[in-house]
Write a new protein. Structure first.
Length: 386
């Protein structure tokens, strides 16, 4: 069996940041690395060659004019496979570049007589490419890479029949990439709330526990904000549930736009409740963020224009929220385990939020310290009229 080398899974991740036009319909069963290795093995079985490789462009730096792109060797077999995997070449050089630019297969029976062949990789790796065939790889209609084989076994050159076979395998590479994209998209869908696009409560629980572990390991604090919209039932009762859903969606957009911390976990906990976890934030930062969000919601006019759910503008103003704040260092015993810490952060911030409601709503309240009873949060926003 031919020995195929490929980039490790983490290094392959950046080559998956591609647009997938259709929603997922089937699960991912193999990693991209496994798929690429298997495709190269099968291609070599049908068109026996001394060496072969799969090259893809980088979607993060890809330009519309493909001449300015680069191609990276993601998987390869042959004498120099371990040397070339991970290397890049300009996308406008050589036979691989020609196939990538033109979107058409190309084969050279004798590279020494071929004007397109670029011998630089041969010189750098001390290899001798005598014949070569390159097939473009597409995702949908967009060319994203090249499958190439070198030095067909035996004395025969590559033929149109070989080209037709390899175009089938290039299609398999496309399917493999799309399968991985489908798997990533399905995973992303599974952790998101359909209405707001925020993380859902299921993902929040696992992500929060992980964030607590990381923060404790690095000696950092962590803040949890529990936000609940005030009198939200009035929106549904007065304007209908479509209007209520539109408001919730717009609140989700507002939270994403105004929580700038890159590590923050912003989730819809359920109904009109939202949770924001901010690794690295202490009490002062957490309260400042809670106040900023409270004020932003209060000053926002919701459904100012027709939305996807509520199709007529309503210009709803006066919506307010109550926010409870708890922090890892202040509110949680240091000896609590991960699961207990996660639950206590949610409980204390939730209780603080309810105290904010009891004190008049439209305010922020902070949970007590780890040595205080959890039912005694402190209200931080001055009472109305004060």
């Amino acid at each position: 069996m031919v020995d195929v080398h490929s980039l490790d899974p983490l290094a392959l991740e950046k080559f998956l940041e591609r647009h997938r036009a259709n929603p997922p319909h089937f699960p991912l069963e193999m990693s991209l690395a496994d798929n690429l290795v298997e495709v190269l093995r099968k291609a070599n079985e049908f068109v026996p060659s001394e060496a072969g490789s799969i090259l893809l462009d980088d979607p993060r730096s890809k330009r519309t004019d493909r001449r300015h792109n680069t191609l990276t060797f993601l998987a390869a077999f042959g004498e120099k496979a371990n040397v070339i995997v991970g290397q890049t070449i300009p996308a406008d050089h050589g036979i691989a570049g020609h196939a990538y630019q033109s979107g058409r297969a190309y084969f050279a029976a004798r590279t020494g007589h071929d004007q397109i062949f670029d011998p630089r990789i041969d010189r750098e790796t001390s290899y001798n490419t005598r014949s070569l065939i390159a097939i473009p790889i597409r995702i949908g209609t967009e060319v994203c890479g090249v499958l190439e084989l070198l030095n067909r076994h035996g004395d025969s050159a590559y033929t149109e029949h070989d080209r037709d076979l390899l175009e089938i395998f290039a299609g398999y590479i496309s399917i493999a990439i799309q399968n991985v994209l489908d798997g990533k998209l399905a995973y992303e869908y599974a952790k998101r709330d359909n209405l707001t696009g925020l993380f859902n409560d299921r993902f929040l629980h696992s992500a929060l526990e992980h964030a607590v572990a990381v923060c404790r390991g690095r000696g950092r604090d962590l803040a949890l904000l529990f936000l609940d919209l005030d009198y939200f039932k009035h929106v549904n009762d007065s304007h209908g549930h479509l209007a209520g859903s539109q408001v919730l969606r717009e609140v989700g957009h507002l939270l994403r736009a105004h929580v700038a911390e890159p590590e923050a976990i912003v989730a819809r906990y359920g109904g009109d409740e939202f949770v924001i976890a901010v690794p690295g934030a202490g009490r002062e930062r957490a309260v400042a963020l809670a106040e900023a969000l409270r004020l932003e919601i209060r000053r926002t006019v919701f459904i100012r224009r027709a939305g996807e759910i509520q199709t007529t503008p309503l210009h709803l103003s006066g919506l307010t929220c109550s926010v409870g704040v708890a922090t890892l260092r202040h509110s949680i015993p240091p000896d609590a385990d991960l699961a207990a810490t996660k639950s206590l952060l949610l409980r204390h911030s939730d209780l603080a939020m309810y105290r904010a409601k009891e004190d008049g709503r439209d305010r922020v309240a902070e949970a007590g310290s780890a040595t205080e009873a959890p039912s005694e949060p402190r209200s931080l926003t001055p009472p109305k009229g004060a």
